[in-house]
Design a protein around this ligand. Structure first.
Ligand SMILES: Nc1ncnc2c1ncn2[C@@H]1O[C@H](COP(=O)(O)OP(=O)(O)OP(=O)(O)O)[C@@H](O)[C@H]1O
Length: 227
């Protein structure tokens, strides 16, 4: 197995002086290519903060993240944005689909922004929507879809530029249990099909245990709780 990502002594603080809060206090984490990691921890433990650093959405206060050996925070902002668009897909609890666009258009959007030719973007997006079980909902707008279906569209959108790493931050946080199980199962299937490296933040320890290894964030440090 080859290493996709290596975080070392990753630190993040917010605020200054007396209002300074140390959220991450030296995180070491290795992600092997094609593996799934569930990230669990209490509310406010810093799970989203860590995911944002792994996905280069924010800069750490200290430490390094190497992606295929490349120290990502040495890149300029412009290089970092290009790296992120190419290599990392994000799924959030609130998926921010564009309400006035169809499912197909929502999934195509990152591809069009990345200047993928329209015809290719349509076929990529249609295939991904079929993969997430929505091949029959291409022209529906988000408001015409259920919560679980909307999250499936968001997952398809996250995959449209073929990322190596998919980061999902409580993707089932506002779904009922049955729908959550379906979305987690889908993430597992897509991880295998696309050979993705997947990190999923979840409060649901039952789903976490079913996903692969679990790492637990507590007091700003990570503990491996299961493999
Ligand atoms: N931009 C920010 N400025 C200041 N403090 C922040 C900022 N972002 C997060 N924090 C603080 O960092 C801590 C960790 O937040 P984070 O959202 O990473 O936790 P979490 O484990 O994802 O929580 P939850 O499970 O409730 O989503 C919290 O105390 C939060 O208030």
């Amino acid at each position: 197995m080859s290493k996709l990502l290596e975080a070392r002594d990753l630190r993040k603080s917010y605020g200054n002086g007396e209002s300074r809060v140390n959220v991450l206090n030296g995180i070491d984490l290795d992600l092997e290519q094609g593996t799934t990691t569930a990230l669990v921890g209490a509310s406010g433990a810093g799970k989203s903060t860590l995911l944002h650093l792994l996905g280069a959405l924010d800069h750490p206060s200290g430490g390094t993240v190497r992606f295929r050996g490349d120290d990502i925070f040495r890149k300029s902002d412009r290089e970092l944005a290009a790296f992120r668009n190419k290599s990392i897909g994000f799924v959030f609890q609130f998926h921010h689909l564009l309400p006035e666009f169809s499912a197909l258009e929502n999934v195509m959007m990152p591809a069009l922004i990345a200047r993928v030719p329209r015809r290719d973007a349509i076929s990529l997006a249609s295939a991904l929507l079929a993969d997430v079980g929505l091949g029959h909902r291409l022209t529906h707008r988000p408001g015409e879809l259920s919560g679980g279906e909307q999250q499936r569209v968001a997952i398809a959108r996250a995959l449209v530029l073929s990322p190596d790493l998919l980061l999902a931050d409580e993707p089932t946080g506002n779904l009922d249990m049955k729908t959550s199980d379906g979305v987690h199962a889908l993430l597992g299937d897509l991880q295998k099909k696309h050979g993705l490296t997947l990190v999923v933040v979840t409060h649901n320890e039952r789903l976490a245990a079913a996903m692969g290894r679990t790492v637990h964030l507590t007091d700003g440090k990570l503990e491996l709780t299961s493999i």
